[in-house]
Design a protein around this ligand. Structure first.
Ligand SMILES: [Zn+2]
Length: 201
């Protein structure tokens, strides 16, 4: 038996699925939306709808894009011979904030984790190899998270690239990043330094 009218319960349930939002916060947010004017509450609903309708993945690097290609892949000034490999689109934002990187990106869509059923075919790894094979890439920077799964992913790709394209330089972010944490939690200075001091793997 639920104490709320079904539509209210539905809203609480949906909100509680958001990362970092527990049942209590979901309830607080739902009551905030119920109290808010139609305009404010529906602006949120509209923003969600628009982002789902208009934003997809870049056909080249799998970053978020509001057309076939993301802003970075459409920017002629960005070095096409330098590719930074990251797990998620949010990592692109973290690295862009450092202003230390002038190349392009490749977003894997996660990290290898056999326990969770994430295998190489589930990530955009084959697409990365194809990019390296078909364009004149000179360096691939592996900027996966400094976590167990991120490290395993970097090693897997480094091995693959050594076999596929021995002339391409493969580098990894320098240490100094908090081990076990995600890139998005690193401050700009630390991440910028880790990028500038990247080393061969
Ligand atoms: Zn792109």
């Amino acid at each position: 038996m639920t104490v709320y009218a079904p539509p209210v319960q539905r809203l609480i349930t949906e909100l509680s699925k958001l990362p970092g939002v527990g049942g209590r916060t979901a309830q607080r947010l739902a009551f905030h939306l119920l109290r808010a004017g139609d305009e404010e509450a529906l602006a949120l609903a509209d923003a969600i709808k628009e982002v789902k309708e208009r934003i997809g993945l870049c056909e080249v690097c799998f970053n978020l894009a509001d057309g076939p290609r993301c802003r970075i892949c459409s920017d002629e000034r960005r070095d096409v011979t330098l590719i930074c490999v990251v797990e998620e689109p949010s990592d692109v934002i973290s690295i862009e904030r450092t202003h230390e990187f002038a190349g392009r990106y490749h977003v894997l869509g996660g990290a290898l984790s056999p326990i969770d059923g994430v295998d190489p075919e589930d990530l955009k790894i084959a697409e990365l190899y194809e990019r390296v094979r078909s364009t004149g890439v000179r360096e691939v920077v592996l900027a996966t998270n400094p976590t167990t799964t991120g490290e395993a992913t970097a090693l897997h790709i480094a091995d693959g690239l050594r076999e596929l394209a021995p002339s391409v330089s493969v580098t990894r972010l320098a240490s100094g990043l908090p081990v076990g944490a995600d890139l998005e939690y690193a401050d700009e200075l630390t991440l910028g330094r880790a990028l500038a001091g990247r080393r061969s793997v």
